[in-house]
Write a protein that binds this ligand. Structure first.
Ligand SMILES: [Zn+2]
Length: 196
């Protein structure tokens, strides 16, 4: 689920600036130059993270882990939340009210069940997890498979292609608990396989 039901996504993007978002996230940023990458999975001691402006939009980029984006993607990655959750958080930070494409979309979003939220998070998490724990020296089977098929990284991220080896089960359990989903329900939904 992306931003199809949010009408003023462009307005939110234009209004948000990365230095303010960094401050909000507790990152020390002086306003210029490169800083240590604040992304949770990049141990950066050299200072590879910078902020710039393009077409009136404030953007960030890390030359070390070769990622970048706007305030929404920054909040999404830093706080490990879904895209939509990040949109709402950034909108609130910059004092903008989120407008839905129509009343039905608004209702649907507000009534989103715990399962919708969980599946959205899970898809994001599995897709991202593979990249997060893969380095040039230690690539997972899924990454090697995709690279051999010449599927580019940008395509993988836009299609949210993911794979899980089960290593990340504790985070999945934690998120489920937060949303009020029980272990029994996870097994019934075939997300977990019972070890008994
Ligand atoms: Zn980085």
């Amino acid at each position: 689920m992306k931003n199809f039901m949010i009408k003023n996504i462009e307005e939110i993007k234009q209004a948000s600036d990365v230095p303010t978002t960094l401050k909000y996230l507790g990152v020390d940023y002086s306003g210029s130059g490169l800083i240590s990458c604040p992304l949770p999975d990049h141990d950066d001691s050299t200072g590879s993270f910078g902020v710039n402006e393009k077409d009136g939009k404030s953007l960030w980029h890390c030359f070390g882990c070769n990622t970048g984006g706007d305030s929404i993607s920054l909040v999404k990655v830093m706080k490990d939340i879904s895209y939509n959750e990040a949109v709402f958080e950034v909108a609130e930070l910059f004092g903008i009210e989120v407008e839905f494409t129509n009343e039905l979309a608004k209702e649907q979003y507000l009534n989103q069940t715990k399962w919708d939220k969980f599946y959205e998070w899970l898809a994001d998490y599995w897709a991202r997890g593979e990249w997060r724990y893969s380095t040039e020296d230690k690539k997972s089977e899924a990454i090697i498979y995709l690279e051999n098929r010449c599927i580019e990284r940008s395509m993988i991220s836009s299609l949210n292609i993911g794979f899980s080896t089960g290593e990340y089960v504790y985070s999945v359990l934690e998120k489920a608990k937060e949303l009020g989903i029980t272990v029994e329900e996870l097994i019934e939904a075939k997300i977990l396989v019972s070890a008994l």
